[in-house]
Design a protein around this ligand. Structure first.
Ligand SMILES: N[C@@H](CCC(=O)N[C@@H](CS)C(=O)NCC(=O)O)C(=O)O
Length: 234
């Protein structure tokens, strides 16, 4: 059985880490049997790349949600993406990158840097830790994330510039989804694992960020999240 190591659920979502939720969604979409061991701090310390999620399958550890999905496709077949032609695959990859390499960092900024987001992140991610960890870890983790934001580049922009970037990404996602049931058309594909995880983390987390307010202007995004939730998390 595939073991999925990820953070504990938070914010009323299957996972407040969009990468963890992406992988869990993929496993559900591909109907692969998996189990989730109770989350511990040690799992993150043991993560080979220092990031969640990772899996253990047949004695092998595989890390990074996209490399894990490649591994699962090679080991168990590809029930979701075989119907895509080269053109569709290129578009799906571009949208995946928009979600994971760009919008992600704008959302991280709203969660970890903006005061209202940080209040929620601190209690949602660290609130159940024992004392003194729940006092010591949050400022350390926040400092680390602010450093990552600067290293990646997003953190060098002003707040308004970051929100402009995030709003553009959200607008492009909404325009491309339009009235289709899934991102690439009538049928779901692995891009939907990413899209649902990132959009649910934006729309359904209890943080009224400027980016969420912007996403709320596109009803198709919320309908899409409802469609994915009832199909894969009923
Ligand atoms: N490219 C990785 C990104 C994973 C990632 O960034 N995970 C974050 C949570 S969203 C993490 O584990 N952060 C913990 C840390 O940096 O200490 C993937 O696709 O799995």
């Amino acid at each position: 059985m595939i073991k999925l190591f990820q953070f504990a659920p938070a914010f009323g979502l299957p996972n407040a880490s969009p990468f963890c939720m992406k992988l869990e969604t993929y496993l559900r979409m591909a109907a692969l049997p998996f189990e989730i061991p109770p989350a511990t701090l040690r799992q993150l310390q043991n993560a080979p790349k220092g990031k969640m999620p990772y899996i253990e399958d047949q004695g092998r550890i595989v890390t990074d949600s996209s490399f894990i999905i490649d591994y699962l496709k090679t080991s168990y077949g590809d029930p979701l993406d075989a119907w895509l032609d080269a053109d569709q695959r290129a578009v799906a990859l571009a949208f995946q990158r928009l979600l994971e390499e760009d919008l992600y960092w704008a959302v991280v900024y709203t969660r970890w840097v903006e005061p209202q987001g940080w209040e929620l992140t601190r209690s949602g991610f660290f609130g159940t830790l024992p004392v003194p960890l729940k006092w010591l870890l949050p400022p350390l983790a926040r400092r680390g994330i602010i450093k990552e934001l600067r290293g990646q580049g997003m953190g060098r922009h002003s707040r308004e510039e970051i929100l402009t970037i995030g709003r553009r990404d959200i607008g492009a996602l909404a325009d491309f989804l339009a009235d289709k049931p899934y991102f690439m058309g009538a049928q779901p594909c692995s891009l939907d694992a990413s899209a649902y995880a990132f959009l649910a983390n934006l729309l359904l987390a209890p943080l009224a960020s400027e980016l969420k307010l912007h996403a709320n202007q596109y009803p198709q995004l919320e309908h899409y999240c409802q469609r994915m939730r009832s199909r894969y998390y009923a």
